[in-house]
Structure formats: structure tokens, C-alpha cells
Design a binder for this molecule. Structure first.
Ligand code: GDP
Ligand code: CA
Length: 318
């Protein structure tokens, strides 16, 4: 029997939780995950890849479940010791166990391995059950332009905006710095070309999925396939986090309909919205097949049902 090949683009928490459901819904499938690296940041001389690690820890059984990111059973001795030296930033939570991941990654990067090879090596330990590939081996960093009351208009790293200010300063614009010159990591375009379906989990449409699609070549490759997305917006609000602040920055209304229209019929074939947004399914979005389903990833069964619905819709539309 033909083993189904699925590609998903993924950010952090929304992507990782959806993937757990997908693995449960279709355990025999060959799943390739193209991970967002626009959130990556260098801290204390270490390269930190929050979205890749969230996927890896979640699928590998090492995630802090309540928090949705970071390691379970974490301690913060190194961070406390750094702060005792007055060395920050204090706003980014790196635990002791997590530090080990970043040390291994940085050591390998400095030895000359590309991020894709480093990620594969880290996954040898975590065995996530999917093939996890960063979108690119080149450095891409999401920066946010804000009007800072103290320092005036300036660009800050996405993590500083998101984690330190909790997106409180309105974003004037958001840019994936370096994306224009980045190349897809080895295996990315091949996996998309071979895929039976491409799924967008309910990841942030701007700074997760949008950043992956900004790497030249990825959008075109994805658009050529049957693509089904899951809305991260339910009843005109993000389920968690501040995705509304990102959508506002790019001039897109925070609604399941507006996000589908933003991706557009050139990219999306099918779109799942929550039952709270059944009206969107009833009226439809130009050129995109819309269905309403319960979209809260509240437990493994509910999440698997969402993944099943996405696969069924992809099957119908292919
Ligand atoms: P991040 O990188 O950790 O911010 O995670 P992602 O970009 O992968 O996903 C963030 C998005 O997931 C947010 O915009 C949330 O609205 C969405 N999200 C989180 N939990 C759920 C859920 O249970 N259902 C749906 N539909 N979306 C969710
Ligand atoms: Ca992220």
C-alpha cells in the first residue's frame, strides 16, 4: 500500500500540538515538518531555536505540558547564577535542561554543521516520529518595528517584542530579515514535491507560517500541492498568544475568514474553521473550500479529530 506522505509547516505550540494529533490520526504516514526559524535568537553566546525545540520536545515527550514550551521538570540554576553576575536578559526563560540543547546545537554549528544536520542530530535523541527540517540553514530573524516611548521608532528582535513586552507596543511592521537571500534547507522542496498533501497547523499566520513561506521557493512549491489549513483564530480571537497583534501589523483583520483570504486561493485549497465560525463555512471564502469543525486542541482525541478532518478534506480536494 502507498504510504501517505504529508508535509506540514509549523511554528511552536500550535504546530507541535497539531502534529501530535496528526501522528495519532495517521500513524503510518511519512510526515515531514518544515519548522520556522525566524524566532531563533542568540543568547549568552548560544543559538536558541524555540519553534524547532517546541516541536522536538512535544513529540519526543520532553515538553512542559502546562506551559507548552520548555522542558518538563525544569530547574533554573544557570539562569539564577547568570543574573547574580548581572548577566541577562532575564525575560527569556532558559532552564538548565534546555541549556544543554542549546550548548550541543551551538557546538555543532561552530564545528561547521548546518542547522538541518544539527536538528537531525538532536532528533536522534528525541525521536519525534516525524522528519523535522528547519525552513532554511541560513540565518533569518524576525524583527519588529515599534514606536518605543523611550527610544523612538526602532526595530527589535521578535522575541524581545513578544516575550519581554508581550506585544504591548503596537508593531509598525514585521520583517523576516535575511529571508530574501535564504535558501530552503536540503530536503525541504523535495519533501513538498513528493507530498500527497500539505497541511498548515493552526500556527501563527504571520510570524510562523508567513515566515516559512517567505523563504524563496517554498511558497511556490507549496502552492502547487493540495493545501489544507486549520484556523488559529476562533470567534475573532487567537486561541492563545497575541497573533492578533501580528495580523494587525500586516493589515489583516483577526478573523478566520480574513486569515483564509490572506493566504488566498492561490495557496490554500481547504480551510477548517471552528464551529463558532460556522457562518464562514456557510458563506465560503472565494476559491477555498471551508468546513467548520470543533478546533480546540483540548486533548489528544480532539486534536486527532482535527488532523483527520484536515486529511479528509485534502483527500477530497486532491
Ligand atoms: P508559537 O510559535 O509557539 O507561537 O506557536 P504557533 O505559531 O505554532 O501557534 C500559535 C497559534 O496557535 C496561536 O495563534 C493560537 O491561536 C493557535 N492555537 C493554540 N492552541 C490552539 C487550539 O487549541 N486550537 C486552534 N485552532 N488554534 C490554537
Ligand atoms: Ca514561534
Amino acid at each position: 500500500m502507498h504510504c501517505m506522505k504529508i508535509v506540514t509547516l509549523a511554528g511552536g505550540i500550535g504546530g507541535a500540538r497539531f502534529l501530535r494529533g496528526l501522528l495519532r490520526a495517521e500513524p503510518e504516514a511519512e510526515i515531514t515538518v518544515i519548522g520556522n526559524t525566524g524566532d531563533d535568537i542568540s543568547l549568552f553566546g548560544l543559538r536558541v531555536c524555540p519553534d524547532l525545540d517546541t516541536v522536538m520536545y512535544t513529540l519526543g515527550g520532553g515538553i512542559n505540558e502546562e506551559q507548552g514550551w520548555g522542558r518538563a521538570g525544569e530547574t533554573f540554576t544557570v539562569k539564577e547564577e547568570l543574573l547574580a553576575y548581572g548577566v541577562g536578559p532575564s525575560w527569556f526563560g532558559l532552564g538548565d535542561r534546555d541549556f544543554a540543547t542549546h550548548i550541543v546545537r551551538t557546538q555543532m554549528l561552530e564545528a561547521g554543521y548546518p542547522l538541518s544536520a544539527v536538528t537531525a542530530a538532536l532528533c536522534d535523541r528525541w525521536k519525534p516520529g516525524v522528519r523535522l527540517i528547519p525552513m532554511t540553514d541560513d540565518q533569518v530573524e524576525t524583527h519588529v518595528v515599534v514606536d518605543d516611548p523611550e527610544h523612538g521608532r526602532r526595530a527589535i528582535h521578535f522575541q524581545e517584542w513578544w516575550v519581554r513586552t508581550r506585544a504591548a507596543l503596537p508593531a509598525v511592521s514585521i520583517a523576516a530579515v535575511g529571508a530574501d537571500d535564504a535558501k530552503p534547507a536540503p530536503g525541504v522542496l523535495e519533501a513538498v514535491e513528493e507530498a500527497d498533501a500539505v497541511l498548515f497547523p493552526p500556527s501563527n499566520p504571520v510570524v510562523s507560517i508567513g515566515t516559512i513561506l517567505a523563504v524563496p521557493g517554498i511558497r511556490e512549491a507549496v502552492a502547487a500541492k493540495t493545501v489544507v489549513g486549520v484556523s488559529p483564530i476562533i470567534g475573532d480571537a487567537p486561541v492563545r498568544g497575541m497573533a492578533d497583534a501580528c495580523l494587525t501589523a500586516i493589515g489583516v483583520e483577526t478573523s478566520a475568514r480574513a486569515v483564509a483570504a490572506h493566504y488566498g486561493a492561490g495557496l490554500l485549497d481547504g480551510w477548517l474553521v471552528d464551529e463558532a465560525d460556522a457562518a464562514v463555512a456557510a458563506t465560503g471564502v472565494d476559491g477555498i473550500e471551508v468546513r467548520s469543525r470543533p478546533l480546540l486542541m483540548s486533548d489528544p482525541d480532539a486534536t486527532a479529530a482535527i488532523a483527520r478532518a484536515a486529511l479528509d478534506l485534502a483527500g477530497e480536494l486532491s
